[in-house]
Design a protein around this ligand. Structure first.
Ligand SMILES: *Cc1c(COP(=O)(O)O)cnc(C)c1O
Length: 457
C-alpha cells in the first residue's frame, strides 16, 4: 500500500503509484510501511528482487519477474559489479546498462513493467542529464516518451544521447532553464487538469519516469540490498546525491534489513543537502544554481527528501514543512528531528577542484567519473562501499581536465578507453557519431504547447 507523503488518507496500490506518481495533493506516493525481510546471503539477484517486490505488492508477480530480463541486455548481462579500490573502499559499479549511468538499472526493467501494466503509455521525464537517455532507451518501442532537459547544462555526450539518437515516438525538448525549472514544469503538468484532459482525449495514459516515480526507487532498493549481502559486517555506503533517489533507496534497503550502517551522501557545489543534514535547515534562499562538473547532481529541489521526511515525521509534518518551503523558500527541523536523520546519514560535499584532484589521485588504479569522484571525499577509517553512478566515458572533458590531457573530446575518449581497456557502449558511440539533431530548443513556457501539438500531430 502506498500513501501520499502529504496526506496518508490518499492511498494507492503499487500499480496506481507507478502510473500516477504524483498524488492529487502534490505529495509523493510512498510506502506506508517497510517490511523487514531475511534472506540467505547467497540469494540470487532476481530471487532477492522478488522477495523485496512481494513486500510491496501481491499482484503482477509474473510481470515483475519478466521485467528483470532487462538486465540480460546489459553488456555484462548482470545488474551490478563490485571492484576493489583498496582495503578501505570498494566500488559498486551501477552503470553497466546501455546508457552508462545508474538510471538504467531502474528504468530498463521499470519500462517493461509499466508497459506490461498499461497500454498506450505517454512517459515524461525531466532530466539533469542521465535520466533522459535512460528513459528514451528503456521505453523505446514500449511507450511514447517526452524528455525535457536544460539546454547546454548537461555534458556533450548526454546531450547527444538525447538529441542525436533516433528513438521511436519520442519528443526531446531542450529548455532555456536549469534542471529545477524542468522538474517544476513536469510536476505542474502532472497536476494540470486541462493538460491531463487533452492527454486522455488522445487516448494516452500519462506517467513520469523521474525518481518521483516510486518504481525507480523499488528497483534501486534491490541493488543496495544485494551489494550489502556480499559483506560479513555492516558497511557504510557513499552515494553521490542530487534528487536523493539513490540515497533514499539505500535507506529503505537498510530499514528492510540490508547490511548497511551509515549512508554517506555527497553533494557537489550545489550543497543544499549537505547544509540540510548538517544544520536541519533546507534553505533555498539566496542559493544560486551552479553548473558543475557533475551535472546530474546540479539540483537544489531534491524531490525524494520529502519521502524521507515523511518516513520519519509523518504526513502532517511533511505537508507543513513543504508548505514552508513553497511559501518561504526554507524549512527547519527541530534538533531532535535532525538527530534522528543523523543516526543514519552523514553528509559531505565536494567542490569541482576537489573532484578533479580525486580523479587524478586514483587514475592509475581506477578512472572515476566526476560524480562518483565526489564520494572519495567521504573516505575514512571505516570500510566504505562507493556507489559508482556513471562511467567516466560520458564526461571525457572533465577527465582530460583532471589528467592534463589536451585533446579533442572524441579522440581523447577513444585513446583513454583503449588504454583503460574500457568498452564504449553502442549507445554512446551512436550518439557521438550521429550528425542529426532531433532535440527542439524551446522556452520553459512553451513546454505545454509543444507537447500538445506533438500529440495531435
Ligand atoms: C542521477 C545521478 C546522480 C544523482 O542521483 P539521485 O538519485 O538523483 O540523488 C548522481 N550521479 C549520476 C551520474 C546520476 O546520473
Amino acid at each position: 500500500m502506498f500513501v501520499s507523503s502529504k496526506n496518508s488518507k490518499l492511498k494507492a496500490s503499487l500499480k496506481e503509484a507507478l502510473l500516477n506518481p504524483l498524488s492529487s495533493d502534490g505529495g509523493l506516493y510512498s510506502p506506508s510501511v517497510l517490511t523487514k525481510i531475511s534472506v540467505d546471503k547467497n540469494i540470487s539477484y532476481n530471487d532477492l528482487a522478488l522477495v523485496i517486490y512481494k513486500t510491496f505488492s501481491n499482484e503482477f508477480i509474473n510481470e515483475f519477474k519478466n521485467s528483470l530480463d532487462a538486465y540480460l541486455e546489459f553488456d555484462y548481462q548482470k545488474a551490478i559489479n563490485i571492484v576493489k579500490l583498496n582495503d578501505k573502499a570498494h566500488i559498486c559499479e551501477l552503470f553497466l546498462g546501455k546508457t552508462r549511468a545508474f538510471k538504467d538499472l531502474a528504468l530498463a526493467p521499470l519500462a517493461r513493467f509499466m508497459s506490461a501494466l498499461e497500454d498506450n503509455l505517454l512517459i515524461m521525464c525531466a532530466t539533469s542529464g542521465d535520466t533522459g537517455p535512460a528513459t528514451l532507451s528503456a521505453f523505446n518501442n514500449l511507450a511514447r516518451t517526452i524528455c525535457i532537459y536544460p539546454h547546454n547544462k548537461t555534458s556533450v555526450v548526454q546531450q547527444a544521447q538525447m538529441g542525436k539518437i533516433k528513438y521511436n515516438n519520442s519528443l526531446v525538448l531542450a529548455i532555456d532553464g536549469n534542471f529545477d525549472d524542468a522538474q517544476s514544469a513536469l510536476k505542474e503538468l502532472l497536476n494540470d487538469a486541462d493538460f491531463k484532459n487533452s492527454i486522455k482525449e488522445a487516448k494516452l495514459n500519462l506517467s513520469a519516469a523521474n525518481s518521483l516515480n516510486f518504481g525507480r526507487i523499488l528497483y534501486q532498493i534491490i541493488y543496495h540490498y544485494y551489494a550489502s549481502l556480499k559483506y560479513e559486517n555492516e558497511i557504510n555506503i557513499a552515494v553521490p546525491s542530487g534528487n536523493f533517489g539513490n540515497a533514499l533507496a539505500a535507506f529503505y534497503a537498510k530499514m528492510m534489513g540490508a547490511n548497511i550502517n551509515k549512508i554517506k551522501i555527497i553533494s557537489n557545489e550545489n550543497c543544499v543537502l549537505y547544509d540540510f543534514f548538517n544544520t536541519g535547515c533546507y534553505d533555498l534562499r539566496k542559493r544560486e544554481f551552479k553548473c558543475t562538473l557533475s551535472p546530474a547532481m546540479d539540483i537544489l529541489k531534491s524531490s525524494n527528501l520529502e519521502r524521507l521526511i515523511f518516513y520519519f515525521f509523518g504526513d502532517e509534518r511533511t505537508a507543513s514543512l513543504y508548505k514552508d518551503l513553497n511559501e518561504k523558500k526554507y524549512f527547519t527541523l527541530s534538533k531532535d528531528e535532525l538527530n534522528k536523520l543523523k543516526e543514519h546519514f552523514i553528509a559531505y560535499k565536494c567542490s569541482d577542484d576537489e573532484c578533479l584532484k580525486n580523479i587524478k589521485k586514483y587514475s592509475d588504479v581506477y578512472l572515476f567519473d566526476p560524480h562518483t569522484a565526489t564520494t572519495l571525499n567521504a573516505l575514512d577509517d571505516d570500510f566504505t562501499l562507493l556507489c559508482a553512478s556513471a562511467q567516466w566515458c560520458k564526461f571525457t572533458p572533465s577527465i582530460c581536465k583532471a589528467l592534463d590531457i589536451n585533446k579533442e573530446e572524441k579522440q581523447a575518449l577513444f585513446e583513454l578507453s583503449k588504454e583503460k581497456n574500457c568498452k564504449i557502449s553502442d549507445n554512446l558511440l551512436e550518439a557521438l557519431n550521429s550528425n542529426v539533431n532531433y532535440a527542439k530548443e524551446i522556452k520553459v513556457n512553451e513546454i505545454k504547447e509543444q507537447i500538445l501539438n506533438w500529440i495531435k500531430g
